[in-house]
Design a protein around this ligand. Structure first.
Ligand code: ZN
Length: 145
């Protein structure tokens, strides 16, 4: 109520933090995420994949064997099947709406998927995504190169 009302998901008290180890994401990798998310959207799916980093930059997507079109459940199954791979830092998934905030199910998923989790939302451009840590707090990722 009132002129100062903001969306409930906005948080006055915490500014986005930096991840202690991951500085950013490659422009090429972010573009691939956006393309795959658009494709999935047009086919009525959510896109989901695993993120890999080299040093402090996310540089690669591990697309799931089925193309990621079965979403976060297949990410978890896939992570479980892989040998321990320290270059895997987290996950990315798309939302079919313009809302890039994590759902309760997303928060549970983030806790298990890794310490960098990106949500991309419609229309899948530079202003429609956000990264979160394991606890669902916003983190800043630079887009590099
Ligand atoms: Zn989600």
């Amino acid at each position: 109520m009132g002129w100062f009302k903001r969306a409930p998901e906005d948080d006055f008290n915490t500014l986005p933090k930096r991840h202690p180890k991951i500085r950013g994401i490659k422009r090429r990798t972010l573009d691939m995420i956006m393309e795959a998310s658009k494709d999935s959207y047009e086919n009525g799916h959510e896109f989901a994949a695993v993120l890999r980093a080299r040093k402090d930059v996310i540089h690669e997507l591990l697309m799931l064997p089925d193309g990621g079109n079965r979403g976060k459940t297949s990410v978890m199954v896939y992570l479980h099947m892989l040998p321990i791979d320290l270059s895997i830092v987290g996950s990315v998934h798309s939302h079919p709406s313009s809302n890039y905030y994590p759902s309760e199910a997303d928060l549970d998923f983030f806790g298990r998927a890794g310490s960098v989790n990106i949500i991309v939302a419609y229309p899948y451009n530079d202003r429609s995504w956000q990264a979160y840590n394991r606890s669902g707090e916003k983190i800043i990722l630079d887009v590099i190169g």
